[in-house]
Each structure stands twice: as structure tokens, then as C-alpha cells.
Design a protein around this ligand. Sequence first.
Ligand code: ADP
Length: 330
Amino acid sequence: IDPASTPEELAFEGALRPTTLTDFVGQPKVRGQLEVLLQAARMQERAPDHILLAGPPGLGKTTLAMIIGHETGRPIRFSSGPAIQHAGDLAAVLSALVPGEVLFVDEIHRMARSAEEMLYLAMEDFRIDIMVGKGAGAASIPLELAPFTLVGATTRSGMLPAPLRDRFGFTAHLEFYETADLERVLARSSRLMDLDLEAAALAELASRSRGTPRIANRLLRRVRDWLLVHAGSSDIDGVRAALELYDVDEAGLDRIDRAVLHAIAHRFGGGPVGLSTLAAAVGEEADTIESVVEPFLVREGLIGRTPRGRIATASGMRHARALAPDDTLD
Ligand code: ADP
């Protein structure tokens, strides 16, 4: 299950997003760190420091950015790395900011290099230099910016150049959620969706949601559909049947997770295998494997990373043996 959102899902996600830190479930460490940071800024009536949110997709980075805006009473503007392909794109965004605004840049590691350099100066001194003209007649015109708080989100903090990483006052590392926390996310979402599921059904769903709130909420919708179509079924049967229908196994692994595990275990004899070879074998982008699939399989103790490549652990080999041969995605 792809943790990225579809357009239809965005509207739904908007409705389920908590708007305060208190309603933000789990991530106790990050929540504690942000509480102090935001409160100090409020007490001194200044914009909070620039904040980097790092972690796999669907763990709440956008949600936290919106909470930061909400908790500090500041407007928030959205942009993303892929939308900033030239320094000029960034200049346009920065010069339109109003004082104190929160600028959220999703996938900040995908911003163009030329824009990154402009961002260094903007983050540090709230000014940029705009180049006009070309060749001998080129000149740089300084432009003062309104003070702002940059909130960057990245699934690949290792890909950010050090000078950019260093200019964030604080980096929050989001972790996969504990099952108990996902149960709370699901309980809240089902309330908002007017669904009344048994606790055991919510617990089962939580334990099979890849430690990811976005996936938990998405599976909850599939369970709701299943129960609607199969009126009279018990909630727990609904969860089991819907997850089977949508290819989520008992350990919460989806098709790509299983394909990767299967390839390491069977095609590459348990590893080690390099990332690009693995990506080619399962027909997925290396980036998706590295930022989405691998972190979860590592956290579940199914695969490991070594200097020579990825390996399947003993428990990964056991899980792979139980996989059907069609779990290869080819
Ligand atoms: P990211 O930006 O990291 O990809 P989002 O912030 O878009 O993730 O979160 C995806 C979905 O998961 C949203 O619908 C949000 O409501 C839900 N969600 C994420 N984190 C939490 C949380 N801690 N508590 C409740 N819901 C959450």
C-alpha cells in the first residue's frame, strides 16, 4: 500500500487531521520537544525557529506543520521541493510571505540546488539576492524578506546538504507508531466517521497498519466499505476479510514489502544485495524502497542493512518462506 495520498484521500485526510499538539497522538518525544519550542516562541512573541520534520511518509509531518501554524496563531503557506525547480520559483514564494508566516516545504530534499543556496541566506538573514540580466551586465539586487518560519519535511534527511540541515534550529525525527497509538488514531477517526467498531477490531487493524497513521486511516475506510457491503458480519471478520482483500498480511506487510523480502530471501539467497539491484528485481524505484519499504522492514526486524547491502534476518527468512510464490511483483 503506497503511503502517498491520492487526491480523493487528501480531502478525507484534511477532515481527520488533529489541529493541536494535544490531539496529536503518539510521538511523545517530538511532541515534548515541539511544545517547549513553540511555547518559548509564544512567550517572546517571536517566530519559532526553522523546523525540519524527518521520517517516512504518512507519519504526520504535514499534520505537525499545520499544528505549528495553528498553535502559534500564524498563517501557513504550502510549497514543495518538486515545485521549486529554479531559484526564481523560490524567490516568488519567499517574496510573497507575510510577516510571521509559516512556510511549509514538503519533500524539501527534492528542491533544485540553485534554490537551496538562496534558501540558506533567506533562513539566516531573511533576505535574498535576485540576479537580473546575464553575462557582463548581470547584477544582483538584494531583497528584504518578511521574517518567517520554515518548516521542511523530508523522507530522506540524509539527502539534505549539511549547510541546509544546519540552518534548521530543530530536527524532529518521526518514528513508526506503536500499535497502542495507532489504536487511538483509529478510535478517533472512527468517531469522526460515525463508525462504531469493536475494540478488538480496532486493535487488529492497528497492528496491521505498518506503524503508519495514513495507512491505518486508509484501511479503516476499506473495512467500513466491506462491512457496508457484507451487512451482519462481525467487525473483526470485517477487518480480516478487508485486509485479505487488499493484500495486507498478518504482519501488516503489503505487496511491495513482501516482494522486497521475497527477492532478498529467494532470489539473492538472503543477501547481501545492493539497493539498485533489489529495486530492479522488484520493478520499483530505488527511492521508494529506501524511504518507504526498507525503514519498516528494518524496524520489524525482517531485514538488515550492512555495508555490503541488504540482508534478510532469520525472522525475515522465516516470513519469506511462508510467502506465496506470486509475491514477486513480476
Ligand atoms: P506526512 O506529511 O508525514 O506524509 P500527514 O501529516 O499527511 O503525513 O498524515 C497522514 C494522515 O495521518 C493524516 O490524515 C493525519 O490525520 C493522520 N495522522 C498522522 N499523524 C497523526 C497523529 N499523530 N495523530 C492522529 N492522526 C495522525
